[in-house]
Design a protein around this ligand. Structure first.
Ligand code: HEC
Length: 172
């Protein structure tokens, strides 16, 4: 009987540990220390989530500065509203509007993203390749801040801020 209790307790401990690890996994990433290129390589597709919100005014302000210093603004305009290249602020998302897709697009550029299986779903005024910023952007943290600035400038249909909303459930 005592043996049985010990075994059960052991199993319970293992399960708890498994759960703790699973819960802790995303928080364990220090985005300031990992290049966007490495983060993309090490994270399964669809799992990249911006740790910041566009209601954090200080982070948004930093993102605005990075948009200039990494010269995104040269193509997309200082407010991300478009220039020579597509606007980042409207509800047309070329490959998808979720955090994961945007992070991968900026990191890999259009050509590598397409090699990874993505296709253009949306059409902007300019159809051309987005250059890769894999190792130009110094940390994933910088890129998350840029992307949160982009979110803050969004001026399209609220339902499409993070890409097309999920389709309504099939009638039963
Ligand atoms: C040389 C010009 C150029 C530069 C510099 C540039 N981009 Fe782009 N960007 C593009 C083009 C062109 C596209 C459209 C890509 C396509 O159609 O495959 C694009 C697309 C995007 C999109 C997707 C827009 C949508 O509507 O789906 C985002 C987000 C983006 N760029 C962010 C950035 C960020 C952040 C930077 C700076 C780190 C940056 N870009 C620098 C040219 C540029």
């Amino acid at each position: 009987m005592v043996g049985m209790v010990a075994v059960l307790a052991g199993v319970a401990t293992l399960c708890t540990l498994g759960k703790v690890w699973a819960d802790d996994a995303p928080a364990a990433v220090d985005y300031t220390k990992i290049l966007p290129a490495d983060l993309v390589k090490n994270t399964p597709q669809g799992k990249l989530v911006n740790p910041y919100k566009d209601t954090q005014a200080d982070v948004v302000a930093e993102g605005a500065k990075f948009l200039q210093s990494y010269s995104c603004s040269g193509c997309h305009g200082g407010g991300g509203g478009g220039g020579m290249c597509p606007p980042l602020t409207n509800d047309t998302w070329v490959y998808g509007g979720d955090d994961d897709t945007l992070f991968r697009l900026v990191t890999l550029g259009s050509d590598e993203l397409q090699k990874a299986g993505y296709t253009r779903k949306g059409r902007e005024n300019v159809v051309g390749p987005m250059p890769p910023f894999a190792t130009i952007i110094k940390s994933s943290d910088d890129l998350w801040k840029i992307l949160v600035f982009v979110r803050s400038k969004y001026n399209g249909d609220p339902g499409y801020k993070y890409g097309a909303p999920p389709p309504p459930p099939e009638p039963q």
